[in-house]
Design a protein around this ligand. Structure first.
Ligand SMILES: [Zn+2]
Length: 200
């Protein structure tokens, strides 16, 4: 990676899909966020969270039904498992999980054309429903980012009691926290510990 001047870049579609994948993981899975316990979602709340994570990629009416939301949460849990394995540098196990996900999602390249738009590459069959589409697309995009990228690019927040997943798109790839909230939390805790140690 370091001997490539521009850094190896991920194709724009994959990068966009990964962002939605991370949004789904953070919205639908994890027990803690920024040091606080996270309520587990059910029913309408789960469906709403799934729709929000999909954003403008949600189905036409912007709504996700409960069954689809539950399946999206299962998908997000599998992705989290892969990212957790990567964050422990267990690349073999992450690759195994990812290969299984590729097989289960029956991902395959397929050129598609919506009415007036140009031909473009999908990774799901034309009959796939919303969740099958995301399962196939995310499996392929995570796989495309695998190897030299993903262990650095997608990470787990290093702060205590935070399960947030982040994408590190920076060249230096030194991001360790989901955001400033956790970074400041950890800094403040380290400061307090120093003060305690140097105290009377
Ligand atoms: Zn965090």
């Amino acid at each position: 990676m370091s001997d490539e001047p521009d850094g190896a870049k991920l194709d724009g579609h994959h990068a966009m899909r990964l962002e939605t994948g991370v949004a789904l993981i953070n919205a639908l899975t994890g027990d803690h966020v920024h040091g606080r316990a996270k309520p587990s979602l059910a029913g309408h709340d789960l469906a709403r969270a799934a729709a929000e994570a999909l954003g403008d990629q949600a189905p036409g009416n912007g709504a996700v039904d409960l069954l689809a939301a539950q399946r999206l949460r299962d998908l997000a849990s599998r992705l989290r498992e892969i990212i957790e394995a990567l964050s422990r540098s267990e690349h073999d196990s992450a690759a195994g999980l990812l290969n299984r996900m590729l097989a289960d999602s029956r991902a395959r390249p397929y050129l598609h054309r919506h009415d007036d738009r140009s031909w473009h590459l999908h990774f799901h069959s034309p009959e796939a429903d919303l969740v099958q589409q995301w399962a196939a697309g995310l499996a392929v995009s995570v796989a495309a980012a695998f190897g030299e990228h993903i262990p650095h690019r997608v990470g787990l927040c290093a702060a205590p009691r935070c399960d947030e997943v982040y994408i590190d798109a920076s060249q230096a790839q030194i991001k360790r926290f989901c955001g400033l909230t956790c970074q400041n939390r950890v800094k403040a805790a380290a400061y307090r510990a120093r003060v305690r140690r140097s105290g009377p």
